[in-house]
Design a protein around this ligand. Structure first.
Ligand code: SF4
Length: 265
């Protein structure tokens, strides 16, 4: 392998070799300091939202997965991330972190928790939806989301089963929920959100023509950071896309130096 690499690289250069070997979506990741860029991205923007909330998904424990499901439902509305976090903290403070507790708390109690967290704009509708979702979760899956995953035939079916809870869960919520379960549930493999793709393109991790998920996975595979997983990388890109790229906050962007977007210069 070494001899092959040396000979072909002398003749055609590293670009050719890595393209040919299909190891990387773009040779510049080998030549540059991509690992440093990823490290900086995760440390400056933050990784998984579940971890930020103190939820440990790594062992696939049902109670932790449910907590993340509740948080994803709160993140899924058109509401600020800080309000969703504050509202989740309110559920935590009240000890309402299981399907049983949500049902027991009832509509009035849920509205109170949502209001206290600042979720007032969606308090009535979210309380109603949460109760409907819990009913289905208990009725069809014994209140256990791991059971729902077990029963899903494949990736698409998993998304459909989640979307079918209650009177329906939206694409955004399902995407948020599943992207942090990629390394926990084998059928969790959602497409990256538009914001992740936007940030990944701006930082030069993927090109306009590449299929985003497989290209990003290749970048991560080559530049894995100890103690982090692909979901941390994806969450950091989402934070960058949402809080900076989409709002065109280039002047205060922590990744300005690493950005390859011509418009930002
Ligand atoms: S400099 Fe601008 S375009 Fe580049 S990553 Fe930051 S916010 Fe996005």
């Amino acid at each position: 392998m070494f001899l092959y690499k040396t000979v072909v690289c002398e003749k055609y250069g590293l670009h050719w070799y890595f393209k040919k070997a299909n190891l990387l979506p773009n040779y510049k990741y080998y030549m540059g300091n991509v690992k440093d860029t990823i490290k900086k991205l995760i440390s400056a923007l933050g990784g998984k939202f579940s971890k930020e909330l103190g939820i440990d998904l790594s062992q696939g424990i049902s109670t932790e997965i449910f907590k993340w499901f509740l948080a994803s439902k709160l993140f899924g509305a058109r509401i600020g991330t800080n309000i969703a976090i504050k509202t989740y903290r309110e559920f935590e403070r009240c000890g309402v972190l299981s399907p049983e507790k949500i049902v027991e708390t009832g509509w009035d109690g849920l509205v109170r928790i949502l209001d206290d967290g600042g979720y007032a704009r969606y308090d009535f509708s979210t309380a109603t939806k949460l109760l409907e979702i819990m009913e289905d979760l208990k009725k069809f899956y014994h209140g256990d989301l791991n059971k729902l995953h077990e029963m899903a035939d494949d990736e698409d079916d998993l998304e459909d089963l989640l979307k079918g809870l209650g009177k329906g869960i939206g694409d955004v919520t399902v995407n948020i929920f599943l992207r942090e379960l990629r390394s926990v549930w084998k059928k969790a493999n959602p497409v990256p959100s538009e914001l992740v793709i936007l940030a990944a393109r701006n930082l030069g991790f993927i090109s306009q023509t590449e299929e985003p998920l497989s290209a990003l996975k290749k970048v991560w595979l080559v530049h894995t950071i100890k103690g982090k997983d692909f979901s941390d990388f994806e969450a950091a890109l989402l934070r960058l896309g949402k809080d900076f790229c989409k709002k065109r906050k280039c002047s205060s962007c922590p990744m300005g130096k690493e950005c390859r977007c011509k418009k930002a210069k």
